[in-house]
Design a protein around this ligand. Structure first.
Ligand code: FA5
Length: 342
């Protein structure tokens, strides 16, 4: 083929490319067409193979024509892609958007009922000057029992059926070991509440193997049983948002003397007797008492100078009373039909 024929072929390729890409309307197809012409085995490369057969004097002329067709093809690719981008932007602008439409609702979770109740309880006690203290759920036998005047062979150990991890380590059965940890590290005056999970071998509609207690401890000069009762009445009335009274029934906890079972006036029937309070008008919510001097001795607190009171309440029970939950398992099953109600 002569130089002129090759130059004419190259010019034709430029025109042909134009007619190929004009109808194309997506980038992938345009790039494929570009490769068909400019790729290694493309149409322009085929023509270039003829270049070596030409007399050297003709080669620069044909070379220039090759560069020209390459440039033309690349320019056409840019132009067509630009056109497509502009068309897409125009279509976007032409779309009718109703800016008054309400936004799609974003599903929103909320705190679990027991968390709400825990935070509320802490808030009420903090208004009375109590601060939150914490302790481990995997606890030593000493902090859980011994320091609270419950030695190994003491019959009171049967009151709380314990999960033992080893002879010396237990899952705490109550939040009372936080009393011990606090008194060992803080000097009076002390006013703490310690909410947290506790564990017992217990399982029925009102008892769960894992449940939540809130412990309270106050140690100062001149504290009495009357202060304890005042705090409990205030708490119960604030928590249930009505005037309710508290009854302290003599009971035995080795770490308090005197000790009492805390009953509150049934918030459901107001005390006249109902299904929830089993017709008695009272519901047990916890234990309480005046800190035993033995416990002070374990914690190196001078029982001649200081007195204290302590209490421990079950938060599941409080929430059951306030919301009429009739099986403790509902709290832990994660059923959204239950959880959504609070
Ligand atoms: C105690 O745990 C004592 N530590 C309370 C205490 C603290 C007394 C400070 C004196 C001074 P008791 O075993 O009674 O006490 O438990 C307290 C409350 O926890 C109960 O009244 C009940 O509301 C709740 N409770 C007990 N066992 C369970 C259980 N298995 N499931 C749900 N709640 C429970």
């Amino acid at each position: 083929m002569s130089a002129n024929e090759l130059i004419a072929n190259l010019d034709k390729l430029g025109d042909e490319f134009l007619s190929v890409i004009q109808p194309l309307s997506d980038e992938q197809a345009i790039r494929a067409a570009q490769a068909q012409f400019l790729g290694k085995k493309g149409k322009v490369s085929e023509v270039m193979k003829e270049l070596s057969k030409l007399p050297p004097a003709d080669r620069p002329l044909v070379g220039a024509a090759v560069n020209k067709v390459k440039q033309t093809i690349e320019e056409q690719v840019c132009r067509r892609l630009g056109e497509l981008t502009a068309l897409a932007a125009k279509a976007d602008l032409a779309r009718v958007v109703d800016v008054t439409l309400p936004a799609r609702p974003v599903p929103q979770g909320h705190l679990h009922l027991l968390t709400q109740v825990r935070l509320e309880a802490v808030q009420i006690f903090s208004e009375l000057g109590f601060v939150v203290a914490d302790g481990p759920q995997i606890e030593t036998d000493w902090h859980t029992f011994e320091a609270l005047a419950i030695p190994k062979d003491h019959p009171a150990r049967d009151m709380q059926d314990t999960f033992y991890l080893s002879e010396e380590i237990v899952l705490r059965t109550h939040t009372s070991p936080v009393q011990v940890r606090t008194m060992l590290t803080q000097a009076p005056p002390i006013r703490i509440v310690a909410p947290g999970h506790v564990y017992r071998r217990d399982d029925d509609p009102t008892h769960s193997p894992m449940f939540t207690q809130i412990e309270g401890l106050a140690v100062d000069e001149g504290l009495s049983f009357a202060d304890l009762k005042g705090v409990l009445i205030h708490f119960v009335s604030r928590f249930f948002q009505k005037e309710l009274t508290v009854r302290l029934r003599p009971s035995y906890f080795p770490f308090v003397e005197p000790g009492a079972e805390v009953d509150m006036q049934c918030s459901f029937c107001g005390g006249s007797g109902c299904r929830l309070c089993k017709g008695t008008g009272w519901v047990e919510i916890g234990g309480a008492g005046v800190v035993d001097p033995d416990v002070f001795a374990h914690c190196k607190i001078d029982s001649e100078k200081y007195t204290g009171f302590a209490f421990g309440m079950g938060l599941e029970r409080m929430a059951m009373l306030r919301h009429g939950v009739n099986d403790i398992k509902f709290y832990y099953e994660g059923d959204v039909r239950f959880l959504e109600q609070f």
